[in-house]
Design a protein around this ligand. Structure first.
Ligand code: FDA
Length: 319
C-alpha cells in the first residue's frame, strides 16, 4: 500500500514540485544522496575508497523529454568519466537509458550510450545501465546487447528478480557475456509481470544468484584472460542478509574466489554490512547517486521501507 503510494508519487510532477520545495525533504533525502554537485559526489567516493569500498556513481536523471536534455545528460556523464580518471578514484558509472533519451527514441538512447561507452573505454572504465520499469526492460536489454555485439565489453546491466521473465533474460545476458547486477526491483509492477509476494521475489533472487555464479564459474577461465579488466563479474545488489548469506555460501560451494563476485549496496544504507563484507575480502561497491534530480530516487527509497516512509510523513505533518 505505502510502497505503491510512494512509487506513484515518484512519477507525479505536482508532488515533486511540492515536496522538493521543503528544505526538510532534502535533509531527509541527503541520507541517501551524496550531494547535488559532482565535487560532492567525488568527495564521497574518495571517502568510500579510503574505507576499502568501490563505488558506482549515478548522476541522477531519468525520463529525459527532449533531445537537447539527453545530449546534456550525456555530456555530464562524459565529464564524470574524465573526473574519475583525473582524480584516480575507484569508481564506475551507473546510468539509465531514459536519461540518455531512450524513451524519446531507442536509437537516440543507443547512440548516446555508444558515446558514453567509447569515452569509458578510453578511460578504462565501465558503465552499468540501470533497469527501469517494465516498459523499458526489453529496449534496455536490446540496446545493451547491441553494444556488446559491437565489441563494447565495458557495459553491464541489471536484472530484477521480481519479474517473471528474469530467468530467460539472465540466461541471454550470460550467453552474451554481459555483466549483470542482480536486484529485487524498485518499481510497481502488475501481477501478470512480477511476483506480488516478497517471499517469491526472494526465492527468485536466490535462483538467479545461483545462475549468475555458475555463469561466472564457467566464464572465469576465458573471460579474465581475454578481457583483462572486464570479466562479467556478477554483482549481488541487496541489503537483505539472507540473500547475501545464500550468495556467500554458493560462492564457497562453487569454489569461486572472493574477487569473482561483487556485492553492491546503496549509499547510506547498512554501512555496517558494507564494512563487514569488505572485511571478509569481497569487492563491495557502493551505489552513489548525486545531482539535483534526486526526487524520484528518494521516493523509491522511501517506498522500500515503511519505517522510512512513516518517518518522512511524521516529519511533514509536524511542520
Ligand atoms: P529488502 O527490501 O528486502 O530489504 C532488506 C533490508 O535492507 C531491510 O530490512 C532493511 O534493513 C534494508 N533496507 C532496504 N531498503 C532500505 C531503505 N530504502 N532504507 C533503509 N534500509 C533499507 N532497482 C531497480 O529496479 N533497478 C536498478 O537498476 C537498481 N539498482 C540498484 C543498485 C544497487 C547497488 C542496489 C543495492 C539496489 C538497486 N536497486 C535497483 C534497488 C533494488 O531493486 C531494491 O529496491 C533495494 O535494494 C531494496 O531491496 P533489498 O534487496 O535491499 O531487500
Amino acid at each position: 500500500m505505502l510502497r505503491a503510494l510512494f512509487i506513484s508519487l515518484s512519477k507525479a510532477a505536482w508532488a515533486q514540485g511540492w515536496i522538493t520545495r521543503w528544505g526538510l525533504a532534502w535533509r531527509v533525502a541527503s541520507r541517501f544522496i551524496a550531494g547535488d554537485t559532482i565535487a560532492q559526489a567525488l568527495a564521497a567516493v574518495r571517502q568510500l575508497n579510503q574505507q576499502g569500498l568501490l563505488a558506482t556513481l549515478d548522476p541522477l536523471g531519468e525520463n529525459t523529454q527532449t533531445r537537447e536534455d539527453a545530449a546534456q545528460a550525456t555530456l555530464v556523464i562524459l565529464n564524470l568519466l574524465d573526473e574519475i580518471e583525473r582524480q584516480d578514484l575507484r569508481a564506475n558509472v551507473s546510468i539509465k537509458l531514459s536519461q540518455l533519451g531512450g524513451v524519446i527514441d531507442p536509437q537516440l538512447g543507443y547512440d548516446n550510450l555508444c558515446r558514453v561507452l567509447q569515452r569509458a573505454g578510453e578511460r578504462r572504465n565501465f558503465i552499468c545501465v540501470d533497469m527501469e520499469d517494465s516498459s523499458l526492460t526489453e529496449v534496455t536489454l536490446d540496446v545493451v546487447g547491441r553494444c556488446r555485439q559491437q565489441g563494447m565489453n565495458n557495459v553491464g546491466t541489471v536484472i530484477q528478480s521480481y519479474l517473471y521473465r528474469s530467468e530467460d533474460d539472465t540466461r541471454r545476458l550470460i550467453e552474451q557475456g554481459v555483466a549483470v547486477r542482480l536486484v529485487k526491483g524498485a518499481y510497481q509492477e502488475p501481477a501478470h509481470l512480477a511476483y506480488p509476494k516478497k517471499r517469491d521475489v526472494d526465492a527468485a533472487f536466490d535462483r538467479l544468484t545461483d545462475m549468475l555464479l555458475r555463469g561466472a564459474q564457467a566464464a572465469a577461465d576465458w573471460q579474465v584472460s581475454e578481457d583483462g579488466r572486464f570479466p562479467p563479474l556478477p554483482a549481488i545488489a541487496t541489503h537483505d542478509e539472507q540473500r547475501i548469506l545464500y550468495a556467500l555460501n554458493q560462492t564457497r560451494d562453487l569454489y569461486l574466489h572472493a574477487h569473482q563476485v561483487e556485492f553492491q549496496l546503496l549509499y547510506g544504507i547498512r554501512r555496517d554490512l558494507q564494512a563487514s563484507l569488505a572485511k571478509q575480502g569481497y569487492p563491495v561497491r557502493i551505489y552513489v547517486p548525486f545531482g539535483s534530480h534526486w526526487y524520484p530516487y528518494f521516493m523509491r527509497r522511501l517506498a522500500e521501507r515503511p519505517a522510512n516512509a512513516w518517518f518522512f510523513i511524521r516529519y511533514l505533518l509536524q511542520r
